[in-house]
Design a protein around this ligand. Structure first.
Ligand code: NAP
Ligand code: ZN
Length: 351
């Protein structure tokens, strides 16, 4: 039986080259385990832009991006136990999975073969593509809905749902902490959260940026030092000294320059996902037994842990609020690294 759906207002892209424009999309009526959320704020991730413009070659049109969602619960299914109408709630990059495979059971839902992304997957209930958070409302299985700490500014919490967990998870996985020198490459949405977390975890934090005008901000956000990566002398002084580097860059760049910054047994983890392959010089890894790895968002339990950590330590994103109709301009500014440090859409502007 096809479940009942209702329509909500949204913003979508009709093709890789069309700007985002007003649209209406279907959402299912909450089933037994579903939570219906009125979206109040949605962060603007660079992945939204990659997706809208089909830079990863799997976009389904019309495309509704947005996976940094916060809002208020308006309705719950009869078997929902964690949420009730009126509660604050968050949704990140995942909205469904089987919950029984080995990865789900380990809290690594992001690696489940049945994982359903907030946009760019198929909604198993409606048998339609999933549509993201650039919309008035969303309906999500309870397991994928997060509790929001009440003491934080709600709009500034939205980016934690992707930029937050995507940087928190690899920093935890690689046990970043006191006594370690940690580099963060690219001071954008992800990068500025990585700086806050690495500092909170007690590491010596160094930012690599292509934007000299971000130096003061980087220090204010928690960096101990800032290296302008175009400056060869500054780069040379730090060669071979980093225990861990998190690469948060959205565009083509030379990762060998950063592999050369690692000490023996150091690791560089990519979270940035540029469209084109990044060539690796084998000698950058061989000399020093270095490793290169990647990381994808984080599981649901770890996302909740991250949100609770942010509540305890007063950590949020530095945001610039925009209206929904400013999204195309925001994308152009994001491409110019002109965002301090995350755009967040005030969803009231869609009404
Ligand atoms: P963003 O806010 O646009 O930040 C990217 C930063 O990269 C820029 O602010 C800039 O920092 C630097 N940069 C841009 N162009 C560059 C270039 N040509 N060379 C060197 N540096 C450059 O993007 P974001 O939202 O943080 O996302 C970053 C990347 O992570 C995107 O590719 C996104 O799709 C990906 N992502 C991955 C995951 C995951 O699970 N792995 C999750 C979310 C996002 P400076 O001005 O400081 O140089
Ligand atoms: Zn994202």
């Amino acid at each position: 039986m096809k479940p009942v759906a209702h329509k909500v207002k949204a913003y979508s892209a009709a093709s890789a080259t069309s700007p985002l424009a007003p649209a209406t999309i279907p959402r299912r009526e909450p089933t037994d385990l579903d939570v219906q959320i009125e979206i109040l704020y949605c962060g603007v991730c660079h992945s939204d832009l990659h997706y809208a413009r089909n830079e990863w070659h799997f976009t389904q049109y019309p495309a509704v991006p947005g996976h940094e969602i916060v809002g208020r619960v308006t309705k719950v299914g009869p078997k929902v136990t964690k949420f009730k109408p009126g509660d604050l709630a968050g949704v990140g990059c995942l909205v469904d999975a089987d919950l029984s495979c080995p990865y789900c059971r380990k809290g690594l839902e992001q690696f489940s073969p049945s994982m359903v992304m907030t946009y760019g997957s198929m909604d198993q209930h409606l048998n339609l593509p999933t549509y993201g958070g650039y919309s008035e409302g969303i309906v999500v299985t309870e397991h994928f809905v997060l509790r929001i700490p009440e003491n934080l500014e709600l709009a500034a919490v939205a980016p934690l749902l992707c930029a937050g967990i995507t940087t928190y998870s690899p920093l935890r996985h690689w046990k970043v902490g006191p006594g370690q020198k940690v580099g963060i490459v690219g001071l954008g949405g992800l990068g500025h959260m990585a700086v806050k977390f690495a500092r909170a975890f007690g590491a010596q934090v160094v930012v690599f940026t292509t934007s000299p005008n971000k130096t003061e901000d980087a220090l204010r956000l928690g960096a101990h030092e800032v290296i302008v990566s175009k400056n060869a002398d500054e780069m040379a002084q730090h060669a071979g000294t980093f225990d861990f580097i998190l690469d948060c860059v959205s565009a083509d760049h030379d990762i060998n320059a950063y592999l050369n910054m690692l000490t023996v047994d150091g690791n560089l983890t990519l979270v940035g996902a540029p469209e084109k392959p990044l060539p690796v010089a084998p000698m950058s890894l061989i000399f020093g037994r270095k490793s290169l790895s990647g990381s994808l968002i984080g599981g649901l339990a770890e996302t909740q842990e991250m949100l609770d950590f942010c509540g305890q330590h007063g950590i949020t994103s530095d945001i610039e609020m925009i209206r929904m109709d400013q999204i195309n301009e925001a994308y152009e500014r994001m491409l110019k690294s002109d965002v301090k440090y995350r755009f967040v859409i005030d969803m009231a502007s869609l009404k």
